[in-house]
Design a protein around this ligand. Structure first.
Ligand code: SAM
Length: 471
């Protein structure tokens, strides 16, 4: 039944295989020889199979858990250095025909419905640019009448077309419902970055119960979406589970099986993995679901994902508090959102920021500048880089560079230059001072003198108003 290369969800995420993995993990989790063998393999930073990673997640031995955290941090450093990529979500429309029980958008809820016009999207984009954002994730409910693919494509076009002062959105990631190969081709042609789709839960029965109606009810169609996206030519896809709905260990193993499936079939694993947890929302009590997890366990899950899939970008959103985000950064997260609004039209003062259109409550409500300063103070380099996608380093080309740890040679200089852009154009004085100091220090970690010289020159040019220097 289990076939990693099958195109059928029931086979590449075989529930028998997930259950047998969890039984195996429980059975061997105290077997020192087995656990030591897995840790030794993990140290090679080439990833772990879902079975091996499930064993680590099941381990409660304090020394093993500490080693898991150390390994996760170390692996993140090896692949992504101390850079943290910034982005913001942009909610386009909350019209939705699905019945997702955890989401206030669900059909029939008394949520105020709103869909942004292109003028409003223009205004939202300017507001986001004025904060310093360069990378967005557009979010939308599923509604073929109100939010057809043409609306999404037009919105992407609008966003890319806004050039305000020194600002521009250089990468638009897209989080919309599962769709057809044809529509994925259209999204690719529109120049999207990553196509993101959260599985919500991999447990089929739970999935069907949580999605009682609408197109999203179809488990196989949803689970096979990334295959269609890849066939449609999108080679950067982002996986995620909505933790808190169902059994976390099941989700964890299945998520890794999904990553293995994409790698086996397309030679490219997930560009990103998100780890959202279900949060309070209008008419939604997170405790109503079966799978709530403690902050501690959440951190361990993130660390085990980092170890199992070293090359993937890992995303934590403002659903989580500053404290939890800080812990997750140590567990291997490489991308964070900042100053997010989950309402439709939440950024521009002129657009109605109606709290009633919020998808869920965010815990980290700090400004982007505060988030940047926080990252700098923690020793990270905030990065607004979008160069890989613009230079065609996507899919297998990105993966090869990333797995060989060569991506660092582009990312680090680009991170410093895009941080410099941010400091010059948007930062508060204190952030500016801290950022300049950081850039000066980080310049020395660029190994090649020739590259260092170019970066120095570009930094001077950026200071005097020039833009767009990338490796
Ligand atoms: N309509 C698309 C879909 O169905 O995949 C896009 C999804 S929605 C705008 C983005 C994500 O928000 C969902 O995939 C879900 O995981 C998450 N979400 C929904 N309700 C949530 C809640 N109460 N707390 C946290 N995340 C939630």
């Amino acid at each position: 039944m289990y076939d990693v290369k099958s195109k059928k969800a029931a086979e590449f995420i075989s529930s028998e295989e997930v259950r047998s993995t969890l039984e195996y993990a429980e059975h061997v989790k105290n077997d020192k020889a087995v656990v030591d063998g897995i840790l030794a393999k993990a140290r090679e930073a080439k990833g772990l199979s879902h079975r091996e990673a499930a064993v680590l997640l099941a381990c409660n031995n304090k020394d093993t858990v500490n080693e898991i955290y150390d390994l996760a941090f170390d692996i993140k450093q090896q692949f992504y250095g101390n850079r943290i990529v910034l982005f913001a979500p942009l909610y386009l429309s909350n019209h939705c025909v699905n019945g997702c029980l955890y989401c206030p958008y669900h059909y029939g809820s008394d949520m105020v419905r709103k869909k942004l016009s292109q003028d409003e999207i223009h205004a939202e984009t300017i507001a986001l640019q004025n904060m310093g954002h360069k990378r967005l994730a557009i979010e939308c409910g599923e509604d073929p009448v109100n939010n057809p693919i043409e609306y999404i494509l037009e919105s992407i076009d609008t966003i890319y077309g806004v050039k305000h002062k020194n600002g521009s959105i250089r990468r638009v990631n897209v989080n919309i419902a599962a769709t057809t190969i044809e529509n994925y081709q259209k999204l690719r042609d529109a120049g999207i970055g990553t196509y993101i789709l959260f599985q919500e839960t991999y447990e089929k029965q739970g999935y069907e119960r949580l999605h009682p109606k609408g197109p999203k009810h179809n488990f196989a169609y949803h689970t096979e979406a990334m295959d269609r996206a890849m066939l449609g030519g999108i080679d950067d896809v982002g996986l995620g589970v909505l933790f808190g709905l169902e059994n976390y260990a099941y989700e964890f193993a299945a998520l890794l099986m999904h990553a293995e499936h994409l790698e086996a079939c397309f030679g490219v694993g997930p560009h990103t993995i998100s780890v959202p947890r279900v949060k309070p929302a209008q008419g939604v009590d997170p405790h109503a679901f079966d799978g709530s997890i403690s902050d501690e366990l959440f951190e361990k899950i993130a660390a085990c994902i980092r170890i199992a899939v070293p090359y993937t970008g890992m995303i934590i959103s403002t659903r989580e508090s500053q404290t939890v985000r800080e812990k997750l950064l140590r567990a291997g997260v490489s991308q964070v959102s900042g100053a997010s609004r989950t309402s439709v039209g939440g950024y521009d003062e002129k657009t109605i920021d109606d709290e009633d259109t919020r998808q869920f409550v965010v815990s980290d409500t700090r400004s982007l500048d505060d988030v940047i300063k926080w990252l700098i103070d923690l020793g990270y380099v905030p990065s607004f880089c979008t160069a890989c996608y613009r230079e065609g380093r996507t899919g297998d080309r990105f993966m090869e560079l990333c797995k060989n740890k060569q991506i660092l040679n582009c990312c680090h200089p680009n991170a410093l230059m895009t941080l410099k852009e941010y400091l010059v154009d948007y930062a508060a004085p204190q952030t500016q001072a801290a950022g300049e100091k950081l850039i000066e220090k980080e310049l020395y970690s660029i190994p090649k003198e020739k590259v260092r010289t170019i970066v120095r020159k570009n930094l001077i040019n950026i200071q005097s108003g020039q833009r767009d220097f990338y490796f």
